[in-house]
Design a protein around this ligand. Structure first.
Ligand code: G4P
Length: 534
């Protein structure tokens, strides 16, 4: 084993031990399934916060710690991702927040590149919704192990067995319940612990603001408390057992099965069980494959990659934070690492961990941890950082933009700010910026996966860069990656616009799929590839 390169001589075993103690996860769900509520409940259980507050600024309660942008609060959606670290049973959980709204999927996909497992949160009444399915597909493609949490069992909704069927049929994942609800949805009496067969009973607290106390009741005493609901739950779990719905570690880790838990995040029910599952079953930080597929051992020299860059997270700190997932070795604040794309040294003087708005300086971080590097203007999503032997981690996934608008500054005295702001948003991956000879540099084209990205861009340009912008509609809905030869041919078509992204990729814009199909038919020699790369 090679020695770990740290200034204070931290040994190999320590790195392995720290990596083993870490679980880096994200919660994926359709908006409104209860992700923010669950995040608060997890923090509450882990004693990271004293009292859960309902999200979205319910009167008299504070907003959730992982929401901070004004726009998020106004709209009640989570746009920017925070990474929060807390401890449960001596295990360190790095919870990376994901935006729920489909328009920000690109951001969510980047987050998913940085985690080792995910919790798929499902609203019991709604089952698997569109965004859950979309995110699930990404997890499946990447082989990310998934734990399923059926939320809101306190509300009338779906049937537990039917939900298992839905999960199996629609995701192809084999559901293996670890807990099972006692009582139908809307009449939540408690849980069956599928392993021990015991009844877990909860005593609710007012508004779910503090941890619901729980009591474990032996199976033989459960009927007296829960009546026929207990019998039904026992029969159902028996049926599932007979059909082989038991947890299997290798199936779970290869994303073929999913452990299932039931709960009510708003009442803090089933949350402890989820935390225990993360500790007991979710994979710890393990060796990551580089672009050539070689896995760099967690106890090799430091390496990590930027998965997200964000500015304006807090109006008190107008700076830019690059979030780095540590993959191997030890990160020590102040260490100089190599920025792989430029080959230049990068000093990590300002390293912090985020806790919503609160920041804390990080002195050391281990595999699985998320570090926020402040004012790291040279860093872009996908960049690898390392010490010792070089490594390149795979680039961030890119998505097919479907919405295009020309953008211009509405204040001619703010030219410099306009250029800087647009360039910055491009670097952060908030939006893709395309330049075209037809328009010149003053009116680039913004390309987005969802239209709400334009609103975020406009808001940030006005507030952060003091450069208000306006958009002009464009008649395009399809983008294609092209080469120089193709560009020459397409330049002759007035209805097609040839553009260039800041990284040098040439992208052609078309009115619709039909137009593109016709072109492909007439010119099979042209290169017309998908813009998305996953
Ligand atoms: P999101 O981040 O996934 O978008 O969801 P969020 O936590 O904001 O929850 C969406 C709504 O679902 C909220 O209600 C929240 O209180 C509610 N909710 C979350 N978990 C549970 C649960 O276990 N049981 C029940 N019954 N409701 C739950 P809201 O109407 O938007 O706001 P509020 O007025 O309830 O705060």
């Amino acid at each position: 084993m090679s020695a770990v390169e740290t200034r204070d001589g931290v040994d190999n075993l320590r790195v392995l031990d720290e990596a083993l103690k870490r679980r880096t996860i994200a919660v994926i769900s359709h908006p409104d399934a209860g992700k923010s509520t669950l995040t608060e409940a997890l923090l509450l259980h882990a004693h990271a916060i004293g009292q859960a507050g309902a999200t979205h600024g319910k009167a008299g309660r504070r907003a959730t710690v992982s929401d901070w942008m004004t726009m998020e609060k106004e709209r009640g959606i989570s746009i920017s991702s925070a990474a929060i670290q807390f401890t449960h049973r001596d295990t360190i959980i790095n919870l990376v927040d994901t935006p729920g709204h489909a328009d920000f999927s690109e951001d969510t996909y980047r987050v998913l590149a940085a985690v080792d497992a995910a919790v798929m949160l499902v609203d019991a009444a709604k089952g698997l919704e569109s965004q859950t399915m979309k995110l699930f597909e990404v997890c499946k493609r990447r082989g990310i192990p998934l734990i399923t949490m059926i939320n809101k069992w306190d509300r009338p909704g779906g049937d537990a067995l039917a939900l298992m069927d839905e999960i199996e049929k629609r995701t192809g994942l084999f559901p293996t319940p670890l807990t099972w609800p006692v009582g139908e949805s809307g009449d939540f009496r408690g849980l069956v612990d599928c392993d021990s067969g015991q009844f877990v009973r909860f005593h609710r607290t007012a508004g779910g603001a503090t941890i619901a106390s729980e009591e474990t009741v032996p199976a033989e005493d459960a009927t007296a408390i829960a009546g026929p609901a207990w019998q039904t739950a026992v029969e159902e779990t028996g049926l599932l057992r007979e059909e082989g719905h038991r947890h299997d570690e290798s199936l779970f880790l290869s994303a073929a099965s999913t452990p299932v838990l039931f709960g009510a995040a708003a009442l803090n029910i089933g949350v402890r069980q989820l935390l225990d599952t993360l500790v007991d079953l979710a994979p710890s930080a393990e060796a990551r494959a580089d672009t050539s597929g070689v896995r760099r051992a967690v106890n090799s020299a430091f390496s990590g990659f930027v998965f997200k860059v964000q500015s304006g997270m807090d109006s008190n700190h107008r700076d830019r934070v690059a979030f780095v997932r540590v993959c191997s070795g030890v990160f020590e604040r102040g260490m100089t690492v190599t920025h792989e794309p430029s080959g230049r040294p990068f000093a990590t003087k300002y390293a912090q961990q985020m806790f919503g708005k609160d920041r804390e300086t990080v002195d050391m971080a281990w595999p699985g941890d998320i570090v926020g590097l402040i004012n790291a203007s040279a860093l872009r999503p996908g960049d690898t950082l390392f010490t010792g032997g070089p490594v390149v981690y795979p680039p961030m996934p890119r998505f097919q933009p479907e919405h295009f608008r020309a953008v211009r500054s509405t204040d001619s005295s703010k030219h410099k700010q306009f250029r800087k702001g647009i360039e910055q948003l491009d670097h952060e991956g908030v939006i893709q910026v395309l330049h075209s000879d037809r328009r010149g540099d003053q009116t680039p084209i913004l390309a987005a996966v969802g239209p709400m990205q334009f609103e975020v861009a406009a808001e940030r340009m006005a507030n952060e860069y003091r450069a208000p912008i306006a958009f002009d509609a464009l008649p395009y809905t399809v983008a294609c990656l092209i080469d120089a030869e193709t560009a020459k041919v397409l330049a002759k078509h007035s209805s097609i616009e040839v553009t260039m992204a800041s990284d040098g990729r040439m992208i052609a814009l078309f009115a619709n799929e039909w137009k593109l199909r016709t072109l492909r038919r007439e010119h099979p020699e042209l290169t017309l590839d998908s813009v998305s790369a996953e």
